[in-house]
Design a binder for this molecule. Structure first.
Ligand code: FES
Length: 272
């Protein structure tokens, strides 16, 4: 059982939990993820490590309420317990370039933040592009702003914070002005796909952290398979980071939507 030490609400549907997990805190790296099972009959859902402290023995993860499990999770309070947390899982993020754009959209910003922090610690020149539908959904702004970044760009679909538009606008400018030699993207599939196309136009390599549906997170169920460079990969053990230019984005989008009807029925049943 894992005790919730701190609960932070970023917006109506976005929460962060700090959980007592000393062993995990010792081994976590940027880009890795954990699997949470809320109770004995609960499904297992993946979340990325947003932060961790090996000295104090805690880890943090951020989640958005999108279905029954995350709805139940959001109801837990400080002092409550989560049944199981497994991790760290997946491969740590490795970025080769020296001038890197880290692009995060929506709740993907929770993954982008530890990656940007790690790159800053490695002495790289880091430009961050934060994207969200509106300012209420833009998470971790203060944490990103506290990093020693080269640039911090914000885009919102409605213009309520930063530039009105999408993340590819500042990304294209960085590419055009030769300000970066590598990019990393994480967020909704369309955002990652179009960030990839933008970088491809300028011959800038780009890595993407993929977020397919997962069940076990250890390479056994095959649920997280993605097509990369014409080969089938398991995001949980081969990734979650892949060369974005090799990802079959349309296949990933299709697989992401596989259980929409079941997810809708589950949350409806829960709310009734
Ligand atoms: Fe089961 Fe990756 S989640 S193989």
């Amino acid at each position: 059982m894992y005790k919730i030490l701190k609960k932070t609400q970023f917006s109506e549907k976005v929460f962060e939990f700090r959980v007592d997990a000393p062993r995990m805190a010792k081994h976590a790296h940027a880009g890795q993820f954990l699997m949470v099972r809320i109770n004995e009959t609960g499904e297992r859902v993946p979340f990325t490590f947003a932060n961790w402290n090996p000295d104090e023995g805690w880890i943090e993860f951020i989640f958005m309420v999108v279905g029954k499990t995350t709805e139940c999770l959001s109801k837990l309070e400080e002092g409550d317990y989560i049944q199981d947390i497994t991790g760290p899982l997946g491969c740590p993020t490795e970025i080769e370039g020296d001038r890197v754009a880290v692009v995060g959209g929506g709740v993907g910003l929770a993954i982008a933040y530890p990656v940007a922090r790690m790159l800053c610690e490695q002495g790289k020149q880091v430009s961050v592009i934060m994207g969200a539908r509106n300012k209420d959904l833009l998470i971790l702004f203060e944490q990103f702003a506290a990093l020693p970044l080269e640039n911090l760009f914000i885009t919102t679909d409605d213009g309520s914070m930063g530039e009105k538009g999408v993340v590819t606008l500042p990304l294209a400018r960085l590419c055009e002005t030769d300000a970066i030699d590598q990019a990393f993207v994480v967020g909704p599939v369309p955002m990652m796909k179009f960030s990839t196309l933008t970088c491809r136009q300028h011959k800038i390599p780009i890595m993407a952290s993929l977020n397919p549906i997962m069940v076990d997170g250890t390479g056994m169920c095959g649920c997280c398979r993605v097509e990369v460079g014409g080969e089938t990969k398991f995001a949980c053990v081969d990734g979650p980071d892949f060369d974005a230019n090799l990802v079959d984005w349309d296949d990933l989008a299709h697989r992401q939507a596989s259980y929409k009807a079941e997810e809708a029925a589950s949350i409806k049943h829960y709310e009734e």
